[in-house]
Structures are given as structure tokens and as C-alpha cells.
Design a protein around this ligand. Structure first.
Ligand SMILES: NC(=O)c1ccc[n+]([C@@H]2O[C@H](COP(=O)([O-])OP(=O)(O)OC[C@H]3O[C@@H](n4cnc5c(N)ncnc54)[C@H](OP(=O)(O)O)[C@@H]3O)[C@@H](O)[C@H]2O)c1
Length: 335
């Protein structure tokens, strides 16, 4: 099974070609994959020697899950009957977890786990993109990480209120502007999480137009925080490392510093950008959360998608629309 992610769409779009490839054409899409080992490399690196699993532990017929090839930056080559995966970010799938669930969790689950680290005990949190690939895991993890109240933004509010996402409150942004919701302005959030892109710009806009005390998130002085995983434009273009550095290092660093330096007088919360940690230990942790039922992989109603050209093309169109309800997963084959 192969899970589709926004990164796959970006690679296919060519907007980040110089950074994420593809290095050559024809190019096979797909990065997050679960499959059966046909052949395992029998060499072991020093790094692997110090970790619990080395290449020798992967044996023929093992069911394994792997994340997109982090060494080559972009998602690569998984949407096929056979795929070469990086064993550094690969792990065995525990019994009881399906290939589709495992493929879905591989980078989105890890991304959600990285954001969940920002939650502090007792936080009231608001998640933009609560029903998406990352959000569907994050909503399930939030209370475990100490959140006292979880609100989500989605055009399917009922879905995110129901288990397993179980948000305490949901706002359909097509019906109501969450930035102007009076109850939230009167009782602002400790933490706002942006999984859609552009929320910081929106926040600045509302902080200017609302004057004093009119924000849905607390100021930095009162402990308010803003965390994002996304550039201002979710389909950003970056044709050089310099552009990527501006987008993912300089601009976030400037915002992080500015909001901390101006903390005593600012109307803004502190800003942080978070990245997923592509480490096997994290993948192992995500798989054990799936196995013990702490989290469930929520698949979009279209999934499992058939492994045909038309079906995969429409899966990519759905991912590009940014309105998948959870993860889109293609079932390449069935044992
Ligand atoms: N930094 C990292 O390491 C890292 C790692 C993983 C992912 N990411 C990024 O995180 C982002 C989220 O990933 P994902 O897999 O969760 O994406 P996704 O599955 O496409 O979800 C996007 C969500 O955005 C919501 N949305 C779309 N337009 C909206 C709007 N105008 N207002 C409010 N909500 C809107 C959608 O909800 P509705 O359907 O309800 O509109 C959907 O739930 C992506 O940009 C991805 O690249 C970053």
C-alpha cells in the first residue's frame, strides 16, 4: 500500500524540482509505503549497529513500512509493485496493523507526533486542518499530550467531533470565520496549530484589525503559542536551496525571534515551525500507538484506491484539492 501526501503533489507539480526532483524522467510517484520484503541488503552501517535494528533484521516476507526517501529529499518510487526503500526509516509492521494503516501513519503520524510535543498540560488548542492527513492523528494525540480542550477547523465539523478524532468543538470555516468567533476571542486559545498554511498571515491581519485584546489566541506574554508545519503557501515554489532556506529557516527564525523579543508588549503569540523527525524510533513509536489502539489511521472514503492509472490520478487530484478526509491510500496489491 502507498499513502499519498502533499509532498508527492509538490514533486509532481515541478514547483520544487531543483530541490526535491524528480532527478530524471520517467519518475515513479509515491514515498510512504508498506510492503513485503523481497530482498534485504545484508550490509550494516555503523549508525545501524548502534540502533536496535540493522539490515540483517529485515528478512524476506517480512511486512515492513517505510517513509519517503529522506536522503534524496523527495518522495520517490513507491507507487509500484516493487520499490527500493531506505532501511534507516523502515520498520516491521506489528501483527494486527494493516498495510494501509501502516502506510498512512508513516510520515503523517510522525508529523502529528512532532507537533504534539508542543502541547503543554492544560492547553486549550485550536487546530486548522484538523481533519486532514496530519490533523486526523494530531486530534487523537492532543489529549494524551495534556490538552484540556481541542477545537478543530474543518468543512466536515461532524466528522471531527466524532470518534476517533473526538474534538470538543468544531467550526466549519465555510460557514463561520474562526478568527472572528466571539466565544474564542473572549476565551482565547493557548496554542493555535496551522496545518493548512497561511494562518500566521491571517493572525497578523486580525491582530492589526482587532486592536487590543481581540485575538482568538493568547498573547506571548500570557503564554500564547502558534505552531506551524507549513509554509505560508501550502503549494510553495522553491527552485533553489536559497529560496528553501528563506521559506523554512530564515523567515521562521525571524518570526520566532521577533515574537520572543517583543513578548512583553506584543499582541502576537510566539511563533514556531516544526518538522517531522524521520527516525526509525519515531516510526516504531507510531506503529506501537497504532497497534495498541491509541491512534487509528483514518482513511479518506476513497481509500483503499485501486492501483490503476485513472484511480491514482484521481487520488492525486483529491490530494491536490487539499480536501481529503484523512489519508488517501492506494492498495497496490493484496496478499
Ligand atoms: N514540516 C513538515 O515536516 C511536514 C510534515 C508533514 C506534512 N507537512 C505539511 O503539513 C500540511 C498538512 O498536511 P496534511 O497531510 O494534513 O494535508 P491534507 O491531508 O491535504 O490536509 C489539509 C487540510 O487542510 C484543510 N483545508 C484546506 N483548505 C482550507 C481552508 N481554506 N481553510 C481551512 N482548512 C482548509 C482541509 O480541511 P477541509 O477538507 O475540511 O477543507 C484538510 O483537512 C501540508 O502542507 C504538508 O506539506 C509538513
Amino acid at each position: 500500500a502507498v499513502a499519498v501526501a502533499p509532498g508527492d503533489v509538490r514533486v509532481l507539480s515541478g514547483k520544487t524540482r531543483e530541490l526535491q526532483g524528480p532527478p530524471s524522467l520517467p519518475y515513479i510517484v509515491g514515498g510512504d509505503v508498506c510492503g513485503i520484503v523481497v530482498e534485504a541488503d545484508d550490509t550494516t552501517t555503523t549508525e545501524q549497529q548502534s540502533s536496535k535494528i540493522n539490515n540483517h533484521d529485515f528478512r524476506q516476507d517480512d511486512l515492513v513500512v517505510a517513509m519517503f526517501n529522506i536522503e534524496e529529499l523527495g518522495p520517490r518510487g513507491a507507487m509500484a509493485e516493487y520499490a527500493l526503500v531506505n532501511t534507516k526509516v523502515c520498520d516491521k509492521v506489528p501483527d494486527g496493523v494493516s498495510p494501509e494503516e501502516a502506510a498512512a501513519v508513516s510520515s503523517s503520524g510522525l508529523a502529528a507526533m512532532a507537533v504534539a510535543q508542543c502541547i503543554q498540560k492544560g492547553d486549550r488548542i485550536l487546530i486548522f486542518g484538523a481533519g486532514g492527513g496530519v490533523g486526523s492523528y494530531l486530534t487523537q494525540l492532543a489529549k494524551r499530550h495534556g490538552a484540556s480542550f481541542v477545537a478543530g477547523i474543518s468543512r466536515h465539523p461532524q466528522r471531527i467531533l466524532e470518534p476517533p478524532l473526538s474534538c470538543d468543538e468544531a467550526v466549519d470555516y465555510t460557514q463561520e470565520n474562526p478568527w472572528e468567533k466571539e466565544e474564542w476571542i473572549n476565551d482565547p486559545f493557548d496554542l493555535v496549530i496551522d496545518l493548512i498554511g497561511g494562518c500566521w498571515i491571517e493572525l497578523i491581519h486580525h491582530s492589526k484589525s482587532s486592536g487590543k485584546g481581540g485575538m482568538i489566541v493568547k498573547t506571548a506574554k500570557k503564554g500564547g503559542r502558534f505552531v506551524t508545519m507549513v509554509a505560508d503557501d501550502p503549494w510553495f515554489e522553491a527552485h533553489s536551496f536559497w529560496k528553501a532556506t528563506i521559506l523554512f529557516a530564515l523567515l521562521p527564525a525571524w518570526r520566532a525571534i521577533y515574537t520572543r523579543v517583543t513578548r512583553p508588549i506584543s499582541q502576537l503569540p510566539t511563533y514556531s515551525m516544526v518538522f517531522l523527525q524521520g527516525k526509525r524510533e519515531k516510526l516504531t513509536e507510531a506503529l506501537s500507538l497504532l497497534k495498541d489502539g491509541t491512534i487509528i489511521s483514518c482513511l479518506d472514503p476513497s481509500s483503499p484506491v485501486a492501483f490503476t492509472t485513472e484511480a491514482v490520478q484521481s487520488a492525486f487530484r483529491l490530494q491536490e484539492s487539499r480536501h481529503a478526509q484523512g489519508k488517501i491510500v492506494v492498495r497496490v496489491a493484496q496478499k
